[in-house]
Design a protein around this ligand. Structure first.
Ligand code: ACO
Length: 272
């Protein structure tokens, strides 16, 4: 896979290293912003992008409660850097076909490493918000799906392109997609690889809000502020509770509510 180091408890990544990969990472108090910053290539993603995202997640400052994921330029992200599939490849990264020749275990380990860049965005301690303008294709759509919430600019266009390229979406996007739109719509969207515009995406629940492009940043700031107005412990416990709800029976969910609430009550009581 990528020749970029993956895994381990890496420390904060240098801004210059991120810039080379086409990423920016800024922390302002409780809000961290990850910017895909290769607008000339429509923020196409590489193994290095995913490795860096994972390292950002591992070294996220403790005070951060909201993580914004945004893309510079006209598109949120045009998905995987298609040069990966060509013999020229992406400089510094293994030619994709060379990876394909490896045994299943090695291949799957490599994909698991890439998925680490997306998985941490679901942590209960944070709320992740994708600010999506223009195209979010393939890995770009999956990155938006990895976030808890999505704010769509009116020109947002979402497309799960992988099946059209002979692949499956493997960057953690299939579960949130099915959870949000349901199985039949997910099958239809993925197997036709059609583009869903912002209006339809909003109606399907793929975005919480749709705004004119020039209002996207402000809408994200407003949502972040509203989230931050909630008590941190309560927010974390509630997100954890909601995340587990689908996988539990009503009885189990009631028990989980009791457990979380007991901790909240004790915490509040201890404070007074
Ligand atoms: N990988 C590498 N380069 C890309 C990618 C990509 N995924 N997407 C765009 N670029 C590059 C183009 O090659 C072009 O480079 P150049 O200026 O050196 O020629 C530049 O970005 C601008 O691209 P345009 O096509 O001119 O931009 P436009 O705004 O007209 O279209 C769009 C944007 C719709 C995103 C188009 O570029 C596109 O369809 N890209 C490919 C999308 C794709 O198939 N992604 C893979 C999905 S599957 C997965 O992610 C696993």
């Amino acid at each position: 896979m990528a020749e970029v180091a993956v895994g381990g408890r890496a420390g904060a990544i240098e801004a210059s290293e991120l810039a080379e990969i086409g990423l920016r990472f800024e922390v302002d108090g409780e809000i961290a912003t990850i910017t895909l910053d290769r607008p000339d290539k429509r923020n196409a993603q590489t193994f290095a992008t995913w490795s860096a995202l994972a390292r950002i997640g591992e070294s996220l400052p403790e005070q951060v409660r909201v993580v914004v994921v945004e893309g510079e330029g006209p598109s949120f992200s045009a998905g995987i850097d298609l040069r990966i599939f060509t013999p020229e490849g992406v400089p510094g990264q293994t030619f994709f076909a060379a990876n394909a020749a490896r045994d299943d275990e090695t291949l799957e380990r490599g994909i698991a490493e890439a998925q680490q860049g997306f998985l941490w965005l679901r942590r209960p301690e944070i709320v992740s918000i994708a600010a999506v303008q223009g195209h979010a294709i393939g890995a770009g759509f999956q990155l938006a799906l990895a976030c808890d919430l999505r704010i769509l600019a009116e020109d947002a266009k979402l497309c799960m392109k992988e099946p059209a390229l002979g692949l499956v979406p493997d960057l953690t996007g299939t579960k949130p997609l099915v959870d949000i739109v349901g199985l039949p719509r997910a099958i239809e969207m993925c197997l036709t690889a059609r583009t869903v515009d912002a209006r339809e995406a909003l109606a399907l629940g793929l975005g919480e809000l749709m705004v004119p492009g020039e209002e996207l940043k402000q809408a994200v700031r407003d949502l972040a502020a509203a989230v931050l107005a909630t008590d941190r412990g309560a927010a974390t416990a509630t997100k954890r509770l909601l995340q587990g709800a689908r996988g539990r029976s009503l009885e189990e969910q009631c028990a989980a509510e009791r457990r979380e609430q007991a901790v909240r009550l004790k915490t509040m009581f201890a404070r007074s």
